[in-house]
Design a protein around this ligand. Structure first.
Ligand code: PMV
Length: 310
């Protein structure tokens, strides 16, 4: 018998980095998924994209082993399982590939062992792998990958699902540069130490922007939401999360008619999140491709992680 789980990846709409320091942030699930299969085995084996680790895991897969160990110790089952990971999500690109993986691992494994966990519990276990990778993570990534849809999130509070009628479409553009979330969290945190008063003000305003963005999204006011995104990018750039290349990409998207654009996730490379004008997306994707940028349109999948037995 095999248990299978899949989880969507994510984009942070507003509030990244400041969420690590207690601000509210708004995040959406993105229609690219990570699939995990779990089955009983002689020992703990983890396979991902041609990499395989068993026993004490190799570096890249060690965070996954941590989630398995934590679950098996707390829920008292044998950690001798084969975990097989297949991902549609590019790594180190700000789209939460590690969070979606950890969430899907926790979900598949508990399904295999016949244990029902609440979404918040799946996020909590997934978080042990996330902190192993990113150090000081807020938890927004695992929460949105587990829940799906759109959430408002603040550390220490239960994620709140944002409900709206109809679909919302966004554009994700890959900058082509991979980076480490941990390095960027550390860089932005140094700004807090250097300019505590300014940073506190920006964190407060990030919360306010996230609340405004939630209202605009719910009302379908994509033009106004776009303005909030572009503003947020400027603030993230000020605290050191952007790069000249990301700034140029945001400018390009605005020049091509998007309502707004910003880096999403940790920045330093990774992806840009944009709101295209209605009816312009196909031409926009082709134009971006001609300039060397991969991009895709996504709506917001309402379903988060799901699991089943096979
Ligand atoms: O780039 P990602 O997917 O790792 O997103 C990180 C978002 C941060 O706010 C920078 C960190 C966090 O844990 O909230």
């Amino acid at each position: 018998m095999k248990a299978v789980a899949d989880a969507p990846c994510k984009a942070i709409i507003t509030g990244e980095h400041f969420v690590v320091h207690g601000a509210w942030a708004l995040a959406a699930a993105v229609e690219r998924r990570v699939k995990v299969e779990a089955s009983e085995a002689e020992e703990l084996v983890i396979e991902s994209d041609g990499q395989r680790s068993s026993g004490s895991s190799g570096k890249r897969l060690a965070p996954v082993a941590r989630v398995v160990t934590k679950l098996s110790e707390e829920l008292r089952f044998s950690p001798r399982v084969l975990i097989r990971i297949t991902s549609q999500v590019p790594e180190s690109s700000g789209l939460g590939s590690s969070a979606a993986t950890m969430v899907a691992v926790a979900s598949a494994l508990t399904k295999l062992k016949g244990i029902e966990l609440a979404t918040s519990e799946i996020s909590r276990y997934a978080m042990t792998g996330e902190t192993a990778i990113h150090g000081r993570a807020s938890g927004i990534d695992v929460n949105i990958c587990a829940t799906g849809g759109v959430i408002m999130y603040k550390m220490g509070e239960e994620a709140r699902k944002v409900r709206f009628a109809g679909s919302r479409r966004f554009l994700i553009v890959q900058s082509g540069t991979k980076r480490s979330t941990k390095t960027l969290i550390d860089r932005v945190s140094r700004m807090k130490v250097k300019y505590p008063g300014l940073f506190a003000g920006l964190a407060n305003s990030a919360s306010f922007i996230s609340e405004l963005a939630e209202t605009r999204l719910v009302n379908g006011d994509m033009q106004e939401l776009g303005r909030l995104l572009t503003y947020s990018h400027a603030v993230l750039s000020t605290v050191g999360a952007s790069t000249p290349n990301l700034d140029r990409l945001v400018d390009l998207l605005l020049a091509l008619g998007c309502y707004g654009a910003k880096l999403t996730g940790a920045g330093g490379g990774g992806s840009v999140f944009a709101i295209p004008r209605e009816g312009s997306t196909d031409a926009l994707i082709a134009e971006l491709k001609s300039r060397g940028y991969e991009s895709f349109q996504t709506n917001v999948p309402t379903e988060g992680v799901k699991s089943w037995l096979r």
